[in-house]
Design a protein around this ligand. Sequence first.
Ligand code: NAD
Length: 428
Amino acid sequence: MPESLFADAMTRLDKALQYVSISDDAIERLKYPKASLTVSIPVRLDRGDLKVFQGYRVRYDDTRGPTKGGVRYHPNVNLDEVQSLAFWMTFKCAALKLPFGGAKGGISVNPKALSRMELERLSRAYIDAIADFIGPDIDIPAPDMYTNPTVMGWMMDQYSIIQRKLCPAVVTGKPTAIGGSLGRETATATGAFFVTNAILSKFDRPPQQTTVAIQGFGNAGSVLAELLHHAGYKVVAVSDSKGAIYCREGLDIPSIRHYREAHKGITAVYCEGTICNIAEHEILTNAELLTLDVDVLIPAALENQITLDNANDIRAKYIFEVANGPIDSSADGVLERRGIYVVPDILVNAGGVTVSYFEWLQNRSGLYWSLEDVQQRLQAKMEAETECIWQQSRDLSVSLRTAAYVHALQRLGEALEAKGTRNYFVKG
Ligand code: NAD
């Protein structure tokens, strides 16, 4: 097991490199982030004292366009994690042929321990600290774990105050009232839904005969659960940070989502309470959810959930990685040997950044699209790139993960070489 998340992420790159003809210069460039920023963010708390939080922003690679990536609020956020997430964003944008490089940001904080006003002050102070590092043509933040349209609205407003002009295209995932795209909030889940259907149809697996367990009932996990439920899949287990609920006959996902929404006060940014409070279901731990005997397992919470410790206990036939990096590289081999199909994060959860791209385009053109337009373009993009990656995996006889990296690397390599490598300077 590599010593850090970033070292682990790099092993996927190494594996894909043997299938791509790409210059040594390009490979060398892709091993390092372009720029990393660590900031201290002083915030006045409601009770009067001052607390300083650590914040990060990493711009991994901008060869294919301005860098793009979410901002995460979580106590475990650190530079290694943010750098790994920025690396994945670079490959995700290339795999989806979006004109962006990869970035990521985060603050080490327990957001649920802050009041709404404290969260707003923290979000605005983070933008004050990184304002010179971002911009509509430089680096464009978006939501990730425990950040949402409300937080993106504060960030866009703060950046506009600093610039003394309205800058909607500096952040995506904003509320629609201030330039957000229709369909952005549900885009990660909707994109994952298109990929799930496209892949499962290759195995002639009808939704009605497919059971699903989902870890994480946030923006991505809960919306995907509902889309799958309405399409006829049997979602038998879902979880949040407190634990999981299970029902062999299938859960009533719309009611569970309704319960979650009802537990979000008008002044609260996050839900209070947990889905485990819904009485009539069997309660499991998150670890037990991962090893349920289901057809499809969808990790939609944190990274490193499936490792050498539990890879042999996984009983699902297909895993769709909605979270970033939920399977570590040491577990990849075990799952592959056991014939479990893993559909990788850089494809499955790319619907979010794809509609973020649509939002950025709309902000820059001033022409706003209908929800139908957004959904159609998202579906076309997700299905086209899923098919390319599927074909690549057949042609090279490699896993879908390696195929996705190969697919992205070809585009990145071309762009890096077009900007000049040693081949421009050295004969032969
Ligand atoms: P979110 O903050 O809306 O929800 C996170 C969910 O995970 C919550 O239900 C939370 O209770 C649960 N959770 C937290 N810790 C957990 C734990 N230890 N075990 C089980 N569940 C836990 O976040 P989100 O936006 O849904 O993001 C989830 C994952 O999807 C992250 O890995 C994120 O990077 C990835 N992702 C999100 C987007 C997006 O647009 N939202 C895009 C791409 C990837």
